[in-house]
Design a protein around this ligand. Structure first.
Ligand SMILES: [Zn+2]
Length: 294
């Protein structure tokens, strides 16, 4: 086992309220010295380009996360034909590039619905990294992850996938960086549902088995439901326990991860076998009180 790297990632869906929470997440990252990856939906990038440009100014990577995901739910990268996926991702890539001035080269599929066809599209558009394969997700097979159980055995650390089967190492130039899980998924939804202690327990299990930890949040989880005007068909679990108080919960979780000796990196800085040589654009200096979290 080599250096331990930590990818903090944010899935910016096209959900009202996301724009309110992003600045608070930027500030938290600055405070903790974290440079992460913000995967933005193209529609959001078209509407709030300046906010995403701010992420780049602060040293973060802005990747892509589909075209209208969050607002509408037709985009299924696990089952849609090549031509549809290519069109959605061309639109998204253009919108993110227009917003930030930087062409995105990392992708995360909406709902982690991804397939071999998606890999072909990413290669065509020059993407270098994908972070969508739900390795070790026990919740695959129910709810939103649907049919993705076929990727359960995928590697935990970054790898080049096979074009025939995403969960098998192969010779695609794209680097797959699976979101982490150990019994519980490592995301804000898991943190809200189970609390800090189970997530800390899972972190330590993952640390013993992998060099890379990938955690993700959604900005809307840090905004009260009233401020979001959530659609009635959104599952109850997505409404429960959301609000600005989660910034403090996230601060405590992230402080714990950093105390385990993880080095924060952006998704585009990961590589099979360890971190790439590229240093963060601006070296992050932890600011203020890291010890503030207990
Ligand atoms: Zn999403």
């Amino acid at each position: 086992m080599g250096d331990k790297t930590f990818c903090f990632s944010v899935d910016v869906d096209w959900v009202r309220g996301s724009e309110v929470a992003l600045p608070a997440l930027y500030d938290l990252c600055d405070e903790l010295g974290i440079r992460g990856t913000f995967f933005s939906v193209g529609g959001f990038a078209s509407e709030y380009g300046e906010l995403l440009a701010e992420a780049v100014r602060r040293g973060h990577e802005v990747g892509s996360h589909g075209w209208e995901h969050g607002l509408r739910n037709y985009e299924n990268y696990g089952s849609s034909p090549y031509a549809d996926q290519l069109r959605w991702l061309e639109l998204t890539t253009g919108a993110v590039e227009k917003a930030t001035g930087v062409r995105p080269h990392s992708f995360r599929a909406p709902n982690l619905w991804v397939g071999e066809t998606t890999l072909r599209v990413l290669e065509t558009l020059g993407y270098t990294h994908d972070s969508s394969v739900p390795a070790r997700r026990y919740d695959a097979g129910m709810g939103q992850l649907g049919h993705q159980t076929r990727y359960f055995r995928a590697p935990r650390d970054p790898y080049h996938p096979s074009r025939e089967h995403l969960a098998v190492p192969g010779d695609s130039p794209v680097v797959e960086v699976p979101p982490s899980a150990f019994v519980v998924p490592m995301n804000m939804s898991g943190l809200r549902a189970f609390g800090l202690r189970p997530l800390r327990w899972a972190n330590r299990r993952i640390r013993a088995r992998a060099d890379t930890l990938v955690f993700y949040v959604h900005p809307a989880e840090f905004v009260s439901a009233e401020a979001q005007a959530l659609k009635a068909d959104i599952p109850r679990r997505h409404r429960r326990g959301i609000g600005p108080q989660n910034v403090e919960l996230l601060r405590r979780y992230l402080s714990d991860v950093l105390s385990l000796g993880y080095t924060p990196v952006r998704v585009d800085q990961t590589a099979p076998g360890g971190r790439t040589s590229a240093a963060p654009a601006r070296a992050a200096q932890p600011r203020a009180a890291r010890g503030r979290a207990g």
